[in-house]
Write a protein of this length. Structure first.
Length: 261
């Protein structure tokens, strides 16, 4: 699934924006406070409907403070800020699936009358139905790839012990995918768990060249994304993911990504 267009209404400082998106890459350029993060957050809210529909996965929703407030022209203590009757994000995919997320200012009748008709989530749920069924039935199928990376993800904390969840399923890969401060804990835990399975299989088969297919695929994906990178692996105390980078002249350096507790 790829997004082809997003329409934003009354979201924070944006009154109305209809933005077509390139199916390969869209770059937003603007000065500080121009609204780049607002657009990304609006997209995240729209995509949150996908995650919420998946079993055991939670998406993100509007907050009351997301509803746009009119810019005050005069400072009057007795005058409260005027808030729009609603905020809405509408998303269209390249497959032609259209859905929206709407938050009302309140349940007042006048507010209801000020809100234009919405698309709701019917088309999206229909699109996801076969994907969910295939995953639940163990059939090979593609899940939408969704990730929101904020600047806070560069700040990594360490985990003081190796105690983590060992219940992983395909839907779990999308849990917290739209939380911009997510710190990769689940991914590192998954990697360590798969390494443990691989070691057990090596002992069972008496073949220490054996590689667990799913783990090897992830290793190769990491190395392909970062030229010069090799041997992704985890270390303990604290639990962390480490890779080796080769430089010109044969020098190498280890790069560490630590999990959080």
């Amino acid at each position: 699934m790829k997004i082809s267009r997003i329409t934003i209404e009354n979201f924070r400082a944006i009154k109305k924006l209809d933005l077509p998106l390139d199916p390969q890459l869209t770059v937003l350029v603007g000065n500080n406070a121009a609204g780049k993060t607002t657009i990304l957050d609006a997209i995240a809210v729209g995509l949150g409907a996908i995650l919420t529909r998946l079993p055991s996965v939670s998406g993100i929703k509007f907050r009351q403070s997301d509803i746009r407030q009119e810019l005050a022209t005069e400072l009057k203590d007795e005058q409260a800020p005027i808030q729009a009757p609603y905020t809405r994000v509408t998303i269209e995919s390249v497959e032609g699936v259209i859905w929206d997320q709407t938050k009302k200012r309140d349940q007042n009748k006048r507010t209801q009358q000020a809100i234009p008709p919405d698309k709701k989530l019917g088309e999206l749920h229909h699109f996801l139905e076969n994907i969910i069924n295939d995953v639940q039935d163990g059939k090979p199928t593609y899940l939408p790839v969704i990730a929101y990376y904020g600047t806070d993800r560069a700040s990594l904390s360490s985990s003081i012990q190796r105690v983590f969840n060992k219940n992983f399923n395909r839907f779990k890969a999308l849990d917290d995918a739209l939380v911009a401060t997510q710190r990769f804990q689940t991914m590192i835990e998954w990697f360590a768990f798969q390494e443990d399975i691989e070691r057990r299989e090596q002992t069972k088969l008496r073949d220490f060249e054996y590689r667990l297919p799913v783990l090897e695929s992830v290793r190769q994906a990491i190395c392909q994304m970062m030229p010069g990178c090799s041997n992704p692996r985890t270390l303990l105390e604290p639990l962390r993911l480490i890779v080796t980078f080769e430089y010109r002249g044969g020098a190498s350096r280890k790069i560490v990504t630590q999990s959080t507790q």
